[in-house]
Ligand binder design. Structure first.
Ligand code: BG6
Length: 459
């Protein structure tokens, strides 16, 4: 079978500032929540490796981009670090401007299109200290940061994203303990989510006002929600999970309004955030041109069976249980389910229920621990990753054939990078990084396989 992709399909990879730049306190960069958390609680991070020197992209970007070129990529997504670009007194850090200008220009010179994301989990610490996304003032400062980015880099950058996985700071920082401030408080979580959504719309508003000729969107991690059975209870539980975890950002971003059922739910639970009436107009009139979709795994849901004990805090999971479906395929390293058809199902959902908006797969990938054991003659033979990508791409191809407006595929990630609390535990890259040897880079087998795929625009 031959899988051919449309002309000008975007092939490449995705990354984020904190996970690859390093130089965490160099040239005027401020502390972000990760730098701070690592300072006060290094034991939380796998092998106690923090975000200090992650992949050293700040110094080695030219070599990394040269390798991307050699491997045939035509696009690359990275993020701008808010705490690097904007000084605490809100002036612009010229050293950071120089760095990002150099990265953008080097990419363009190598015919790799820069896709820029403005927020990838990395709240500046001085803003977290005044409440982070809980504080409306921070939303306004983010809007200014976004405008600064458009003003400085928008002449060359034509694909912008306001946030990566906006539900994650909510879920992991305010409903779980994986991101700072690591509290469990549903009311605060809803306020955070609401402000992130509003900030996205305000950034889009700024972009439209600037009259630049690019596109702006948001990157959402979609986790298709599959009920255990068709019983009313399982279906209801699955719908609630979908509303909270997918539609809370997908609907307002694309359709301009929160789902009515989500509003009902939030009201019933007494979780309504503080808002201004004009906000809903801002959200309504500033929807995305383009959507990035990160897809790793679905969620299997069943009606709530586990007991809620007195004193247990309310969380999203107070309303459903995860269903451990027998026989599901699992990536044993990360523990995540592998369900390739999910990428097709979410694409059809976007085609049918979200205006068939242009979108691309902005992340998909497989984290593996201890990849060195697959080394043959110095190169990691990651056939499992080739299979993972190709099995997903078959479904991407089918979705396109059936009319989905799907424009590209980016792997998470280009080179093995630092990943939050997991640090360097699971490796996702096309390119191996040797931490003990000045970040020596060796492309894995999948990198060459992907190069061929790009050359043929198919496989
Ligand atoms: C995505 C994030 O959710 O998953 C990335 O956008 C992250 O920042 C990636 O690194 C892989 O997740 P993890 O936790 O396995 O490293």
């Amino acid at each position: 079978m031959n899988y051919k992709f449309p002309k000008d399909f975007w092939w490449g990879s995705a990354s984020s500032a904190t996970q690859m730049e390093g130089a965490y306190n160099i040239d005027g960069k401020n502390q972000n929540i990760w730098d701070y958390w690592y300072e006060i609680a290094p034991e939380k991070f796998h092998n106690k490796i923090g975000p200090h020197d992650t992949s050293d992209f700040y110094y080695k970007y030219e070599e990394y981009i040269a390798l991307m070129k050699e491997l045939g990529h035509n696009s690359f997504r990275f993020s701008i670090s808010w705490s690097r670009l904007i000084n605490e007194d809100q002036s612009v850090n010229e050293k950071a401007v120089e760095f990002y200008n150099n990265v953008i220009d080097t990419l363009i010179k190598n015919e790799i299109e820069p896709f820029i994301n403005l927020f990838h989990f990395d709240m500046p610490m001085y803003l977290q200290n005044i409440g982070g996304w809980e504080n409306r003032e921070v939303v306004i400062l983010y809007q200014k940061f976004a405008k600064t980015c458009f003003d400085i880099f928008g002449d060359r950058v034509k694909k912008w994203f306001t946030h990566n996985e906006p539900i994650v700071p909510v879920e992991c920082g305010y409903l779980g303990e994986y991101h700072y401030p690591a509290v469990v408080d549903f009311k605060r979580a809803v306020q955070v989510g609401y402000h992130i959504m509003l900030s996205s719309s305000l950034a889009i508003k700024e972009y439209k006002k600037s009259n630049q000729d690019g596109q702006i969107g948001i990157i959402i991690n979609l986790t298709p929600s599959y009920p255990r059975s068709n019983s009313k209870e399982d279906l209801d539980a699955s719908n609630i999970a979908d509303l909270i975890l997918n539609r809370s950002f997908l609907d307002p971003s694309v359709l301009g309004e929160f789902p009515g059922k989500l509003i009902e739910f939030v009201k019933e639970q007494n979780l309504l955030p503080i808002y201004k009436s004009e906000d809903l107009e801002i959200i309504k009139h500033n929807t995305v041109d383009l959507l990035g979709v990160n897809y790793y795994q679905p969620r299997r849901i069943k009606a709530k069976e586990s007991e809620i004990k007195d004193g247990d805090p309310l969380t999203a999971e107070s309303f459903f249980d995860f269903y451990d479906m027998p026989g599901k395929k699992i990536n044993p390293h990360r523990g995540w389910e592998i369900y390739e058809k999910g990428i097709y199902d979410l694409s059809i959902n976007i085609r049918d229920n979200y205006k068939n908006i242009p979108f691309y797969i902005s992340e998909n990938g497989m984290g593996v621990e201890g990849e060195e054991r697959f080394k043959v003659d110095g190169k990691i033979e990651d056939d499992y990753r080739i299979e993972f990508i190709s099995e997903h791409l078959k479904w991407v191809h089918k979705a396109i054939e059936e009319g989905c407006n799907l424009r590209g595929y980016h792997l998470w990630t280009f080179m093995d990078n630092w990943s939050w609390l997991n640090s360097y535990k699971n490796r996702y890259g096309f390119v191996e990084i040797d931490l003990n040897n000045n970040y020596k880079r060796t492309p894995k087998k999948s990198a060459y396989w992907f190069k061929d795929l790009i050359k043929n625009n198919g496989f």
